[in-house]
Design a protein around this ligand. Structure first.
Ligand SMILES: *Cc1c(COP(=O)(O)O)cnc(C)c1O
Length: 383
């Protein structure tokens, strides 16, 4: 529908066009260039990390990070069921299988207690290798997601992982600018933290990703893997690498976006605060999205949870769209996705409830207050 208030559109009103033009004029449009270097520096700084490697997508970032910490064929990687499918796909691309855990009712992060229980009750150490008894597979890593760009209880998650000597890869796809207990999202204990700069994310390069971290050696391995694993000046390659480089063109847009990170995240937070103010006390069957206590999220998306059933939610979406407000389904949990139906998993009460009641609301950084009021009015009317 023409004129519909969109869910999330990019905000390219800074230096994006200027930097792109500079990039074209320099002829450095490919995967080496000043914008890539600058973008990596800006991402590392914002993430609170020693360094970052820019790559072609968030999925590529996750695949490279998991590979860099040794995840491989027939391994298991512990991750939450409630996420975007890219998280699970990156695990599968390593030849590994996701071991799906339910998420917490507030903030939707992976449940650390459930993870602790699964590791201590369902696994055993055989010759120093942690294996899940039922299938004999090695558990190779823990992959928490920062849902909606909001940090989960990372200190609890990393404590569990460290207790079993497992590396932690953070899927912080939309969480650049978020903090937890005042610490930026790359400083929350993960070995590597992965970002996406896809078109619908708060900070976009059109498409792109990054892996950030504190350990220079580990980051060098990520860089090596994502650039065809070439050694020396000749055509020698020491492992199976990937062509996951970000181009200078993408990074040019990314640099302009990063200059406005605080403004973009500030706009997202203000949008969320207005939805909370509008919907906090309407009815017990409707709750605004919430984040884990102690987190200061980047609020990629705000929205509401509705008690009821999927049909009621579908009707509500239809009513909103008829009123000129874009309304779409949101993530379906991994344990319900065809490629992952056989993946080992915990009970999924919370993930199922989210899937049945989640309604993201328009959250573009450029959303005007009057448009947001239109969204709020349309929703109240439809209820
Ligand atoms: C966007 C997103 C990704 C994937 O990023 P791409 O750049 O689209 O590959 C992964 N995980 C989560 C949680 C995301 O939101």
């Amino acid at each position: 529908m023409v004129g519909m208030i969109p869910l999330a559109i990019p905000d390219l009103n800074g230096n994006e066009a200027r930097y792109l033009q500079e990039c074209v004029q320099s002829t450095f449009v490919s995967s080496v260039g000043a914008f890539v270097d600058r973008f990596e520096g800006l991402v590392a700084e914002a993430a609170g990390c020693a360094g970052a490697v820019a790559v072609s997508s968030g999925t590529a970032a996750l695949h490279a990070a998991l590979t860099a910490v040794g995840v491989g064929r027939d391994d298991l990687v512990i991750m939450p069921s409630y996420t975007f499918i890219a998280t699970a796909n990156a695990v599968a691309q390593c030849g590994a299988t996701p071991w799906l855990m339910d998420v917490e009712p507030v903030g939707w992060g992976i449940d650390p207690e459930m993870t602790q229980q699964a590791l201590s009750q369902e696994c055993e150490r055989v010759d120093g290798v942690l294996r899940r008894r039922a299938c004999g597979r090695r558990v190779a890593a823990v992959l928490p997601v920062q849902p909606l760009g909001n940090p989960c209880r990372m200190e609890a998650v990393t404590a569990v992982a460290r207790g079993f000597e497992l590396p932690v890869i953070s899927d912080a796809a939309a969480a650049l600018g978020a903090t937890r207990h005042g610490k930026p999202v790359g400083e929350l204990g993960a070995d590597l933290t992965c970002f996406s700069f896809n078109g619908n994310k708060t900070v976009t390069c059109g498409g792109g990703g990054a892996v950030a971290g504190q350990d220079a050696e580990l980051l060098a391995r990520v860089k090596h893997l994502t650039t065809t694993a070439r050694v020396g000046p000749g055509y020698d390659h020491d492992v199976v690498g990937f062509n996951y480089r970000m181009t200078n063109l993408q990074a040019a847009v990314g640099c302009a976006q990063m200059e406005r990170l605080a403004q973009l995240v500030g706009a997202k937070r203000a949008i969320h605060a207005r939805y909370v103010a509008a919907f906090a006390d309407i009815s017990p069957e409707l709750r605004p999205f919430a984040q884990a206590s102690g987190s200061e999220g980047a609020w990629w998306f705000s929205g509401i949870m509705l008690e009821g059933d999927t049909q009621r939610l579908a009707r509500l979406r239809d009513d909103l769209r008829a009123a000129g407000v874009d309304a779409r389904p949101f993530w379906k949990p991994m344990h319900l996705q065809t490629p992952y139906l056989d993946a080992p998993r915990s009970a999924m009460a919370v993930s199922d409830a989210i899937w049945q009641g989640v309604l993201p609301l328009p959250s573009s950084t450029g959303l005007r207050a009057q448009q947001q009021q239109q969204v709020i009015d349309a929703l109240l009317q439809a209820l």
